[in-house]
Structures are given as C-alpha cells and as structure tokens.
Design a protein around this ligand. Structure first.
Ligand code: DC
Length: 223
C-alpha cells in the first residue's frame, strides 16, 4: 500500500507523515529533502538555478538517496550526510527555485519511482498524488491558513535563524506562489485526494482522521 500526502509549506505534512508511517509500520519518504539536496548541491557548485545545462550536468554525476541510521533517516549526497545542511532559509528558497526546473523534476521522478517500488510507504511532497504516484492507494492533501503555517514554521525555526515572523510569512507566501504557479507539476490537490484543513487541528488529530480513512478502506490495518 502506498499513501501520499501533499500540501503547501508548513501545513504539518512532515510531522503527520512521520507519525502516520510509524503507526502503520510503513516507511516514510520526505521528497522535499530530495529537492533540498539538489538545491544544496547547486549552491555548492555555484550553478545558476536557471542554467538547465549546468543542472543537468550536475545531476548526472550526483548520487542522492536516504539511509536510516539509529532509526533516523539521513539524506546522502555523493555519500556525504547533508541532513543538517538542508533546512537553512537559503537552501529552502533555492529548493523552491530548483523544483520549478523540468530537468530537476524529471531526474527526481526516476529517483522517487525507485524509492516507491517497495510498497508500504507514506510519501510526502507537492505532486505525490498528482504526478509521481497517480495510482497511490490513498491520497491526502493537507492544508492550513498561511498565518497558521507561518506561525508553526517560526516556532520550529526559533533559535536556528534570525527571521522575524513577518519574514517567515513572506517566505511562505513566496514559496506558495512558486509551488502553485510553476509550469511543471504545480502544487494542487489530486481529484481523488482527501482534503484535510489542519488550521485548527493538532498533528495527532490529523493522524487520527487519516487513520480512520486508511482503516475504512483497508480493514486489515486495524489493531
Ligand atoms: O517540503 P519542503 O519544504 O521540504 O520542500 C522543499 C521544496 O521542494 C518546496 O519549495 C517545493 C519542492 N517540492 C516539490 O516541488 N515537489 C515535491 N514533491 C516536494 C517538494
């Protein structure tokens, strides 16, 4: 069984996907980390994000993937653990920009399909239910108001950077615009996705709601 969770930045997808995967005994795959990894590699190699040839060349020699160490999933780039480097505001904005490049999306499509070949997984991203896994068994679209998402992200980042709440909100609005208006695989809910508005719901509550849908469709997952 393959479950997809799409939605905008800061809606709580990561927390919810992790808990849901844990409750079901499934793997959890954060596809945003792959875009962040490509962005980090492009920044390190000083490749212009609009330079498709440069990106393509870089991607050809890049190995990207996950390893699980001590129960924690780590992102590996060319055998280097970059997990702690991909959450900075700079990489975050660059990830949003590289994710609009068709050459990057095409490359990561192959990577994601390979990761999805073993089922029993929860895939989190922007186009999981629409493009990467259109035949997924269960699709969720997790949304929340921009104010709530900005506040959550601000609380998460506290101590890690010096952005004010209004800067965090402005970044989120910019990423929403990038993610929803790009030509290839824009962020939107799949027609058959179950939409959950998490503005007033805790992560636990969202997971309970998702589990209800999972168990309704697949009674064998109860218990
Ligand atoms: O979920 P995140 O914030 O870690 O994602 C980082 C960026 O990657 C985000 O701006 C949108 C992009 N992304 C995407 O285009 N498609 C995905 N499946 C996952 C992320």
């Amino acid at each position: 069984m393959l479950i997809t969770i799409d939605g905008p930045a800061g809606a709580g997808k990561t927390t919810v996907s992790r808990i849901l995967a844990q409750r079901l005994g499934f793997r959890y795959v954060d596809t945003g980390a792959l875009y962040r990894g490509v962005a980090l590699a492009a920044l390190a190699a000083t490749i212009d994000i609009a330079d498709d040839h440069g990106l393509e060349k870089m991607l050809k020699s890049l190995t990207i993937g996950f390893v699980v160490r001590d129960g924690v999933t780590r992102l590996m780039l060319n055998e280097q653990d970059v997990t702690d480097k991909i959450r900075s505001p700079e990489v975050t904005m660059a990830a949003s920009a590289v994710s609009a490049r068709p050459v990057v999306r095409q490359h990561l499509l192959t990577v994601q399909h390979a990761l999805g070949s073993q089922k029993k997984a929860v895939f989190e991203g922007r186009d999981m239910g629409t493009v990467v896994f259109p035949d997924a068994d269960l699709k969720f679209y997790l949304d929340a108001s921009v104010e709530v998402r900005a506040m959550r992200r601000f609380n998460e980042l506290k101590g890690q950077n010096r952005q004010s709440i209004s800067q965090v909100e402005a970044d989120i609005r910019r990423r929403d615009k990038n993610d929803t208006t790009r030509a290839v695989a824009p962020l939107r809910a799949a027609e058959d996705a179950i939409v959950i508005d998490a503005s007033d719901l805790s992560a636990e509550r969202v997971v309970e709601e998702m589990l209800t849908h999972v168990q309704q469709k697949y009674p064998e997952t109860r218990g």
